[in-house]
Ligand binder design. Structure first.
Ligand SMILES: [Zn+2]
Length: 223
C-alpha cells in the first residue's frame, strides 16, 4: 500500500446496480491447465461490460508473461499484474478516487494470489459490494492445493469446477497438472515455476493427466 492510500475514501462513490441485487458475490472457477479458464474470464468480462458494468481485470503469471489475460484460443486483453505487495482494496479505492466505477473484478490465475489478497477480495465483496469472479488452478504439480486456491475454496460463495474435456493421453478426464522436467514427471521443486503445456516449450513443461497416470508417473507413449 502506498502512503497516501490511507487517505482514500473507503466508500464507493457510485452505487451501480446494487439495488437490483442481493449483494455482491465471490465466485471461484477452477480446473486443470488448458480447461479454458482464461477464455471464460475474458467472456465474463465481455458479458458484464456489455450490460454497462465497469470492472477491472487482474492476473498473475499470465502465459504471455505480461500484464494481459491471454487465452489459448487467441483472445487477449490488457490486465493489471498482481504482485505480492499489491493491496487489492487500495487498488479499487484508487480507481474510485479517480472517479472510475468498479462494479466487479475478474481475477485470472487467482491461485497465485497470496492468502492476504484473497481476504482482501472477500472484503471487497462483503464491505464494498464489488463482485469478484476468480479463475485458477486448484492444485499444483504435487497435486496439493495452492494456498490462494485453498482460501478461495474455503470462502467463496460459489465454487465451480470447469471441465472442458481436457483429456489425459489415455482418454480419461484430465484432473492433475503434472510437471515434466527432462521428459519425466517430477514431484519436487518450487511450487510455482512458469511453463506452458507445449512439450517443446523448454526444459520444464506441464502435462494434464488423469489421477491414475499422474500417480503412476506415466506420461504416455511419445508422439
Ligand atoms: Zn490417464
Amino acid at each position: 500500500m502506498t502512503p497516501d492510500d490511507s487517505a482514500l475514501s473507503p466508500v464507493c462513490p457510485a452505487a451501480g446496480d446494487r439495488r437490483m441485487r442481493d449483494g455482491a458475490q465471490l465466485k471461484f472457477f477452477y480446473g486443470p491447465m488448458d480447461c479454458g479458464k482464461s477464455t471464460l474470464a475474458l467472456q465474463m468480462n465481455y458479458n458484464h461490460a456489455r450490460q454497462g458494468r465497469r470492472g477491472l481485470m487482474l492476473t498473475r503469471y499470465d502465459r504471455s508473461l505480461g500484464a494481459r489475460v491471454t487465452s489459448r484460443i487467441g483472445l487477449s486483453r490488457e490486465a493489471i499484474e498482481v504482485t505480492d505487495e499489491l493491496d487489492l482494496r487500495a487498488l479499487v479505492r484508487r480507481h474510485w478516487a479517480a472517479g472510475s466505477r468498479v462494479d466487479y473484478l475478474i481475477c485470472d490465475e487467482a491461485c497465485f494470489y497470496t492468502v492476504d489478497q484473497i481476504e482482501q477480495l472477500v472484503d471487497l465483496v462483503d464491505v464494498h459490494d464489488v463482485d469478484v469472479y476468480a479463475f485458477g488452478l486448484a492444485t499444483d504439480f504435487r497435486s496439493e492445493l495452492f494456498p490462494g486456491a485453498r482460501r478461495l475454496l474455503e470462502l467463496a460463495d460459489e465454487v465451480s469446477r470447469l471441465q472442458v474435456e481436457v483429456l489425459c493421453w489415455c482418454g480419461r478426464e484430465g484432473q492433475l497438472n503434472g510437471r515434466v522436467v527432462g521428459g519425466r514427471l517430477t514431484r519436487e521443486g518450487e511450487q510455482v515455476v512458469i511453463g506452458d503445456t507445449a512439450p517443446d516449450d523448454g526444459e520444464i513443461h506441464y502435462q494434464v493427466l488423469c489421477r491414475r497416470h499422474y500417480r503412476a508417473g506415466d506420461l504416455g507413449p511419445r508422439v
